[in-house]
Design a protein around this ligand. Structure first.
Ligand SMILES: Nc1nc2c(ncn2[C@@H]2O[C@H](COP(=O)(O)OP(=O)(O)OP(=O)(O)O)[C@@H](O)[C@H]2O)c(=O)[nH]1
Ligand SMILES: [Mg+2]
Length: 429
């Protein structure tokens, strides 16, 4: 199938960053061929989103170059989309629709598919309203519509809107069920003493590359936006700890609230983490890196993530020289982060990253433990092998003496199992 040929139009105010490169990347990821692009700087107009002069100038360009579609950034109101389509006599899609198209292409799991359908329906609702209203106005040419006509039209509109709303709420219920199943799994992992570590960051920062470098599990990696749409969790080996690392959907600036809401269950994986690794693309310019970082911070606020210890992994340093690494690290430190420069792809400095993660995890204390030779002790011992770091074991005549590294929480659990007081704190590490 041939790709659609697109003209890209970006409208922004004087104080807004130029996101044309990112918009082009989005269009390419969604499978469009780019015929040309416009960066229009100035106050947006209510009628078209851009000035009438610009609309006319672009109309001439369209007549000559004949794109199949005009892609418009940022998001437009439904009335603006229809007015532009009329003025240009061509299909117009806005940035949000483009993101939805990419999500559609990349959605693999049932959860991702449902989340996207929900986001699409929420996005389309105002378009439906606008279209039905327009149709009514056309049907009632000239004369003012009678009260009856308006009533029938409103009924039709309400039926359609209600049908969409019903579908949205039925998807919501399904998503809640999936989310509950995930919560159960999480609870089970927490009970078993697992620590949750989550990767977060702007789209294409290298989260999935880091996930597979750290866990050895295979995830899809591509130089495209929104390759990952659902979380993937895999175990990670860290001496003395059981850690689950989860990869998730990336952030992007200007993502509408409805999309965040749709991805809430996926994003909550980040919200429930013990530690977050925020992956930052170091190969961007300093200002671009900060813009993306701020978009991530906004996203955290949007989904209510706060108070979780966070480390910034400054990724792709294999592409940077030493002085740029120092400069980028400094810029991020000024934002108040603990920064570790890494390359997920070339496995540079990953040990240092994990060391730092370890420092943020609940402290481990060394305990000594006297266990009698019985079945219960043996099963406790094998559990300790899994969750704790057994430093030493001594087999005496009537008991086994074990030295083990445990978090306070795990120590409490052992105390409850043992009931008597044979667990003693040796020292804190
Ligand atoms: N040079 C270099 N490229 C990297 C590094 N890490 C990731 N990449 C590349 O960056 C691109 C994006 O990597 P992904 O791991 O898919 O990024 P992501 O953050 O998971 O992206 P989404 O899932 O789309 O949000 C791929 O082309 C990777 O090969 C790195 O350390 N160095
Ligand atoms: Mg990914």
């Amino acid at each position: 199938m041939n790709n659609l040929k697109a003209l890209l139009v970006q409208s922004r105010r004087y104080n807004e960053s130029n996101l044309l490169d990112e918009f082009e990347a989005l269009a390419q990821t969604a499978g469009y061929d780019i015929l040309g692009s416009r960066d229009i700087v100035g106050p947006p107009s209510a009628k078209f989103g851009i000035s009438s002069g610009n609309v006319e100038e672009i109309a001439t360009w369209i007549e000559i170059n004949k794109p199949d579609v005009v892609l418009f950034s940022p998001q437009l109101r439904s009335s603006q989309v229809f007015r532009l389509m009329e003025a240009w006599n061509t299909e117009v899609r806005d940035r949000t629709q483009l993101i939805l198209e990419i999500f559609d292409r990349h959605a693999k799991t049932a959860q991702a598919k449902l989340q996207i359908e929900q986001a699409r329906l929420s996005y389309e609702l105002p378009f439906e309203r606008y279209q039905v209203r327009q149709r009514l106005q056309k049907e009632q040419t000239g004369d003012r519509p009678t009260t009856d006509q308006v009533g029938v039209g409103e009924d039709l509109l309400n039926l359609r809107v209600q049908a969409i709303r019903r579908r949205i709420s039925s998807i919501q219920q399904k998503l809640e069920k999936i989310s509950m199943a995930q919560q159960l799994k999480k609870k089970k992992r927490a009970k078993e003493g697992f620590i949750e570590l989550a990767l977060a960051g702007y789209t294409n920062a290298g989260k999935s590359t880091l996930h597979s470098a750290l866990t050895g599990s295979s995830v899809l990696i591509a130089d495209q936006l929104f390759t990952t749409l659902s979380t993937k969790a895999a175990e990670l080996s860290l001496p003395g700890r059981q850690v689950v690392l989860s990869d998730s959907v990336g952030f992007i600036s200007g993502l509408p609230k409805s999309l965040y809401q749709a991805f809430n269950t996926t994003l909550m994986e980040i919200g429930d983490a013990d530690v977050i690794i925020l992956v930052v693309d170091g190969s961007d310019s300093s200002s671009e890196m900060l813009r993306k970082l701020h978009a991530c911070q906004d996203a955290f606020t949007e989904v209510g993530i706060n108070g979780i210890p966070m480390i910034v992994a400054l990724n792709k340093v294999d592409l940077l020289d030493e002085s740029t690494i120092i400069e980028r690290t400094g810029t991020l430190e000024e934002e108040g982060y603990h920064v570790i420069p890494i390359s997920a792809k070339e496995c540079i400095n990953l040990e240092k990253l994990m060391e730092t993660v370890k420092e943020l995890l609940p402290a481990l204390n060394m305990y000594t433990l006297e266990l009698p030779y019985d079945n219960e002790s043996m099963s406790l011992l094998s559990w300790l092998y899994e969750v704790g770091h057994i430093a030493d074991q001594e087999y005496n005549e009537n008991s086994i003496r074990v030295k083990v590294l445990l978090t306070l929480e795990m120590a409490e659990k052992v105390r409850r199992i043992l009931q008597d007081g044979s667990l003693d704190l040796a020292h804190t590490t």
